[in-house]
Design a protein around this ligand. Structure first.
Ligand SMILES: [Zn+2]
Ligand SMILES: [Zn+2]
Length: 352
């Protein structure tokens, strides 16, 4: 039989004289020392992680089996509850199980504490008033960011992006190490994003600061006239997942390279259900398949411009050209001439 400490005896519901513990290695005596650590980043809640030597877990399992114990109060559970309680008192902060700002991982084998900071999430909407800025940083496709003659040693394909303009300001205020930008879909690089803007969440990694003046940040970002952000608010991981999953209708202004007569326009009521095979221009990065997407409404803004409301995932440029028969029907196939889209603006994301 193993020699056990007072805590382990009590936890397992055993009688006996407390001794140097062969199970936990007298870990309970080291708890106060382990709690004596410093963490300087701002946080308002936390959770605890416990890392135990696998041999200890194995030993515990053996004892429970051998003595036919319930095994309900495991060493790990006991330690979790002690560390949570003691740390809550020490830090005067609440335990948050689902989305804690930080997880303090107590490695009991190495006797050390590793703080794992969770990202800070800020959501908002963005407008993009210029063409040829991508939504996210676009690394050079030849060197993937290192810098090469193809990208003029910039490491990226475009001078800046919505992500970089927003990220630079926020990283300055949070003293964070990095960010990830999540948009509710994305417009083409050469399309403007107008109207009510596009929802996004920016994920700020290893942020030193979590209380921010979001209005000030918003104003500072908006000094850059190429984009505008609005409705900045704190967010969480759940909203990133939702943002990535949800599909929204969109309304576009489509500028055409030639005029559409009223007679031709009248025929466009036949644009309803579109069979669209993956366009050639994105084939190198998207699976080649055919999908059905709906067009909900086509209006004529003027002879060279259509306003089109359609389902998420419809490639609008190809809806105009027909992409050599890969998109059927198309504006070109219906009016029986080769119409091209010379510019595209997203004017509404129908998310609310
Ligand atoms: Zn013990
Ligand atoms: Zn390059």
């Amino acid at each position: 039989m193993y020699r056990l400490c007072e805590s382990c005896l009590k936890r397992l519901g055993l009688q006996g004289k407390p001794e140097r513990c062969e199970l936990c290695g007298d870990i309970f005596k080291k708890i106060d020392d382990l709690l004596n650590f410093t963490y300087t980043a701002e946080f308002s809640n936390f959770n605890i992680g416990i890392k135990l030597d696998p041999n200890v877990l194995e030993k515990e399992k053996k004892i429970v089996e051998m003595l036919n114990l319930s095994g309900e109060k495991t060493l790990k559970r006991e330690l979790l509850s002690i560390f949570r309680k003691k740390l809550r008192e020490k830090l005067n902060k609440e335990v948050e199980l689902e989305y804690p700002d930080v997880i303090f991982v107590f490695d009991l084998e190495k006797c050390e504490v590793i703080p794992e900071s969770n990202p800070l999430y800020i959501k908002g909407r963005y407008n993009k008033y210029v063409r040829y800025i991508p939504q996210t940083k676009w690394y050079c496709r030849k060197c993937r960011g290192k810098g090469c003659p193809y990208c003029n040693f910039e490491g990226k394909m475009y001078e800046t992006s919505v992500e970089e303009i927003v990220g630079e300001v926020i990283l300055g205020y949070t003293k964070a190490q990095g960010e990830k930008f999540h948009g509710a879909g994305r417009e083409d690089i050469d399309a403007k994003m107008l109207g009510n803007g596009r929802p996004f969440v920016i994920e700020i990694q290893k942020s030193e600061v979590r209380t921010l003046n979001l209005e000030k940040i918003q104003n500072e970002i908006n000094k850059d006239r190429r984009i505008k952000v609005s409705e900045l608010e704190y967010s969480n991981k759940r909203e990133v997942i939702r943002l990535k999953r949800e599909k929204f209708k969109k309304t576009y202004l489509v500028y055409l390279d030639q005029e559409i007569s009223d007679e031709e326009f009248a025929k466009l009521k036949d644009l309803c259900e579109i069979n669209q095979r993956t366009p050639r221009r994105v084939q190198h990065r998207r699976a080649d398949k055919t999908r059905i997407r709906k067009v909900y409404k086509v209006e004529k803004k003027n002879n060279n411009c259509l306003k089109i409301c359609c389902e998420s995932g419809l490639y609008v440029k190809e809806l105009i050209t027909g992409d050599d028969g890969r998109t059927v029907p198309s504006v070109s196939s219906i009016v029986q001439k080769d119409v091209k889209c010379i510019a595209l603006d997203v004017i509404k994301i129908h998310d609310r």
